[in-house]
Ligand binder design. Structure first.
Ligand code: ATP
Length: 292
């Protein structure tokens, strides 16, 4: 344990990707190692409580003017897959940041597993949530260092399985170094798609029952696109998934879609229904912001 964490801390000091990323790395490093007994029981579809509930949430960034989210309400049933869609700047990523409690809501309530997140100790909340942002921070060091961050003590087989699940198995076999292959400063030796899938593998290893995923906006090549789709499918197996979606394929596969426009929820429903009922969704799905 000492060696990888030492390397991680060393890498941590070298990270040049801004305060936000540093803060998140700090949170990853803060994650306590988890045992099966620690794991929250409400992992998947069996739970009576919804995984996440937003109740009339209004929020403005500190020092900002008008609220970024206004009177937002929606429910994410445990074990379901919910996509947030909407124009750029609508407030989708902010929804994820509030679930993580990076900021406090101005008014309204967010519940996770039935409990107001203000009543949950931060580590208990974070243990329930895996968060993969668009530009997922990757530490300088090896593949193994990056994976062990969320699963200290995990054996080789478990690390390799997580890599396979996100279609990164080849990274560990293409050099004689195996899992000890260097990923470069901030993961520069990996493509953007690979970096995000590595972050997904980390959350799979952490085994949080709820996964929050900010899908990349950038165009991925066909292979990375398919790999991401499979990684998301693997990640949502027996988990609740909330994804800020920029791809039609991600949205179509979701149980429920929440359409956000200028900080408000303007429609919710499954894909087929929204095509009929929401002009904005139809526009997003047919030609504007969702990549097919
Ligand atoms: P995109 O699809 O482009 O990622 P989004 O729907 O996820 O957009 P958010 O990133 O949630 O939108 O941003 C919503 C609004 O909040 C935007 O006007 C944005 O400029 C503002 N905003 C986002 N982050 C911050 C921040 N840390 N401080 C102040 N304002 C912010």
């Amino acid at each position: 344990l000492v060696l990888p964490l030492g390397q991680a801390l060393n890498a941590y000091t070298q990270l040049q990707t801004g305060l936000g990323a540093l803060q998140r790395i700090e949170e990853i490093l803060d994650l306590p190692s988890e045992t099966a007994e620690d794991r929250p029981a409400q992992a998947g579809s069996g739970s009576a409580e919804p995984a996440i509930v937003f109740e009339n949430v209004t929020f403005g960034y500190p020092g900002g003017g008008t609220p970024v989210l206004q009177d937002v309400s929606f429910t994410v049933p445990a074990g379901s897959r919910v996509a947030l869609v909407g124009p750029s700047g609508a407030g989708k990523s902010t929804v994820l940041a509030l679930i993580e409690r990076f900021y406090e809501v101005t008014s309204g309530t967010i519940r996770v597993g039935g409990t107001d997140i203000r009543d949950l100790p931060r580590d208990a909340l974070r243990r329930r949530l895996g968060y993969v942002e668009q530009e997922a921070p990757v530490l300088a060091g090896t593949l193994r260092d990056n994976l062990l961050l969320t699963a200290p003590g995990a054996d080789e087989a478990r690390l390799l399985r997580a890599l396979d699940e996100v279609n990164l198995g080849a990274l560990a076999t293409r050099t004689p170094d195996g899992l000890d292959v260097q990923v470069g400063e901030g993961g520069v030796l990996l493509s953007g798609g690979e970096r995000q899938r590595l972050a997904i593998a980390r959350t799979l290893l952490a085994d949080a029952p709820i996964l929050l995923l900010d899908e990349p906006t950038s165009n991925l090549d066909a292979r990375n696109e398919a790999a991401l789709r499979e990684a998301i499918a693997a990640a949502s197996f027996q988990r609740t998934l909330v994804v800020v979606a920029h791809r039609l394929s991600t949205v179509v596969d979701s149980d429920q879609i929440v359409v956000v426009e200028a900080g408000r929820v303007v429609a919710t429903g499954p894909h087929r229904e929204l095509l009929e009922t929401s002009p904005l969704y139809r526009e997003l799905a047919t030609h504007q912001l969702l990549v097919s």
